[in-house]
Design a protein around this ligand. Structure first.
Ligand code: PHE
Ligand code: FE
Length: 324
């Protein structure tokens, strides 16, 4: 996404940190684009983007070689805290009936709602729950540092907040997307283990030239996944959970396709970065997702190289379509 606003409605933040995005381009175009260099680290923008990097990577030398930095809490203004409070209020009012039970159960663990939380306050609870920690980063980070942090049970959280003009829509992930969208499920033991395994798998995929394929799985699960629960479809993907428009659209709208998650199918499927998803992939439980993704993906990656990519709105005869 390089230019302006999305064509439909408003769409909040959707990007996994470390994952610069293609725009339904052929694979290979999505390596992080490093721009210049500041001290030990380099600012990162989306793959083919000519947008200037967002976030302060210099920070008087405070960004470490692994891209983590102290949360710059003193930089938040009263207006920032108020924007966060309003984002939290709107989004938490929407989650009943739309977000999965595990998310709703864990949301209070984020703590304060009326200001931007201090990451160490969240970490006191998070580490006890699942031995995960959140770490501050200045913005997008490259794939290898991103996967390395996850493999070590550290989730990178961008520390800056969107401006009030970006209340409904922001291109790069900010502290609200990262905290509200991603962190509650890190309190769930099965999902927490899955994220660590994903990090280790990412490092392997990097060595096999398969990051694009694996990132599609991340996109359609961790960012835009739906789950079937006892009362019906619910959202668990962070890009959905932090977006007021897409949370309602993904669960309730008759428009998008909803298909049971199949690894090969999902990793062949390109995705849209500048509109709501045309296809959502659905799991039955986090245990199912964990079990499905545990086997070695090496043969899958080899098989994927022989198969054509699929458009974001493709529908195959063998797809298990899920009715709401
Ligand atoms: N099992 C996968 C592999 O061998 C790694 C992985 C784990 C991928 C969890 C996604 C989620 O590459
Ligand atoms: Fe994200």
């Amino acid at each position: 996404m390089t230019t302006g606003k999305p064509p439909v409605d408003v769409k909040a933040d959707v990007f996994p940190p470390g994952r610069p995005k293609e725009k339904c381009a052929p694979s290979g175009g999505s390596e992080p684009h490093i721009v210049g260099s500041v001290g030990a680290v380099q600012p990162v923008v989306y793959g083919s983007s000519d947008r200037p990097p967002r976030g302060d990577y210099a920070r008087d030398g405070q960004v470490r070689p692994d891209y983590t930095c102290p949360q710059n809490y003193a930089a938040y203004t009263p207006a920032d805290h108020d924007t966060y409070r309003r984002l939290y209020e709107r989004q938490s009012a929407l989650v009943p009936g739309l977000a999965c039970d595990e998310f709703i159960a864990a949301l209070p663990s984020l703590g304060v709602k009326d200001r931007i939380p201090r990451f160490e306050e969240i970490n006191e609870r998070l580490y006890k729950a699942t031995r995960w920690e959140i770490v501050a980063v200045p913005g997008l980070i490259p794939e290898v540092p991103f996967f390395t942090l996850l493999a070590n049970r550290k989730f990178p959280v961008t520390d800056w907040l969107r401006t009030p003009a970006e209340f409904d829509y922001i291109v790069e992930p900010d502290v609200f997307h990262d905290l509200f969208g991603h962190v509650p499920l890190l309190f769930n033991p099965v999902f927490a283990d899955h994220m660590q395994a994903y990090g280790a798998g990412g490092l392997k995929a990097h060595g096999l030239g398969a990051c694009e394929q694996l990132s599609r799985l991340y996109w359609y699960t961790v960012e835009f996944g739906l789950i079937r629960q006892k009362d019906g479809l619910r959202a668990y993907g962070a890009g959905i959970l932090s977006s007021s428009g897409e949370l309602q659209y993904s669960v309730r709208s008759p428009e998008p396709q909803r298909i049971a998650l199949n690894l090969l199918r999902t990793m062949r499927t390109r995705y849209k970065i500048d509109s709501y998803q045309q296809t959502y992939f659905v799991i039955d439980s986090f245990q199912q997702l964990f079990d499905m993704t545990t086997p070695d993906f090496t043969p899958l990656y080899a098989q994927l190289k022989t198969l054509p990519e699929l458009a974001a709105n493709a529908l195959l005869p063998e797809d298990a379509v899920i009715q709401r």
